[in-house]
Design a protein around this ligand. Structure first.
Ligand code: CP
Ligand code: NVA
Length: 308
């Protein structure tokens, strides 16, 4: 049995298999052909943080695959009152067929997976957001970007870490520009650089958004204040001064470059209103693709239940 906790746990060809499945299922869905790949299966969805896209896409996705989703907010289940993660895992995984979790520390989802009888999917932790990056890759392909040169401008956070894993595995160019003091986790950088030796990924790290964006064909960013960092908001907004993706910065990218944002977006902080609206087609295609990419992941995990 395999869990989907980080992209680093998969080979390039496994990730591409999931993308191919997602593309096939997207085409079927667009034709209103709802193939019951996961008939009568239940997806438990545990949320310890807020969500719009992750909740709606997983719940709709499992339904369209012939199953049902259970929304389990930690405010409402005993986990939120102190029931241990490992007990929650041992109970829920005897009743459902797959579990998606959005939580804080990566170690919490790893603990859940250790005790789970069914595949576990990371719906965002403080360290990673892997389902989002599968979506972003699918979206880049749909936008005709087959040789990505990606500039990530902003916080060295869960999104950046997953970009590093994706680039590291698939072997494309990723340039990261963060403010000083907001760099990526050094262990995750080391892991990505190790992967790059095999895949040929070109990874670079710096503090100048202009250097990162010059000549890129994909520009991306994320909020400066992730969930759980609300108390640091005031300081962060000051420290990220100069890191907005605005028209001046976008002008340095390749002609026809796309702009991606996992959303929610905070206008005139990490991205200007003008850049956001000019690239709304790509951004909302990316949001829609959550539905399709995650179906590919769920079906793949179901097909690999027998694996070591
Ligand atoms: N991008 C993303 O995961 O959005 P939500 O927080 O709304 O789920
Ligand atoms: N980095 C953001 C992503 C939200 C989808 C957060 O963790 O809040």
């Amino acid at each position: 049995m395999r869990h989907f906790l980080s992209l680093k746990d998969f080979t390039k060809s496994e990730l591409l298999e999931m993308i191919t499945l997602a593309q096939t299922i997207k085409e079927q869905t667009k034709r209103k052909e709802f193939v019951p790949y996961l008939e009568h299966q239940t997806l438990g969805m545990i949320f310890e943080k807020s969500s719009t896209r992750t909740r709606v896409s997983f719940e709709t996705g499992i339904y369209q695959l012939g199953g049902v989703g259970l929304f389990l907010s930690s405010n409402d289940i005993q986990l939120g009152r102190g029931e241990p993660m490992k007990d929650t895992a041992r109970v829920i995984s005897r009743m459902v067929d797959m579990v998606m979790i959005r939580t804080f520390e990566q170690s919490k989802i790893e603990e859940f997976a250790r005790y789970s009888k069914v595949p576990v999917i990371n719906g965002l932790t403080d360290s990673y957001h892997p389902v989002q990056l599968m979506t972003d890759y699918m979206t880049m392909l749909e936008c005709g970007i087959t040789e990505p040169v990606v500039a990530y401008v902003g916080d060295g956070n869960n999104m950046t870490h997953s970009w590093l894993m994706l680039a590291g595995k698939l072997g494309f160019e990723l340039r990261v520009a963060t403010p000083v003091g907001y760099e990526c986790d050094p262990q995750i950088v080391a892991d990505a650089l190790e992967m790059a030796k095999e895949s040929g990924a070109k990874l670079s790290f710096g503090h100048d958004p202009k250097v990162a964006v010059a000549g890129a064909n994909v520009v991306t960013t994320d909020t400066w204040v992730s969930m759980g960092q609300e108390e640091e908001k005031e300081k962060r907004l000051k420290d990220f001064d100069g890191f907005i993706v605005d028209e001046q910065l976008m002008a340095l990218a390749q002609a026809g470059a796309i702009f991606l944002h996992c959303l929610p977006a905070y206008r005139d902080y990490e991205v200007s209103e003008a850049v956001f609206e000019a690239h709304a087609d790509e951004i909302f295609l990316e949001a829609e693709n959550r539905l399709h990419a995650q179906k590919g992941i769920m079906v793949w995990l179901d097909q690999h239940r027998g694996d070591e």
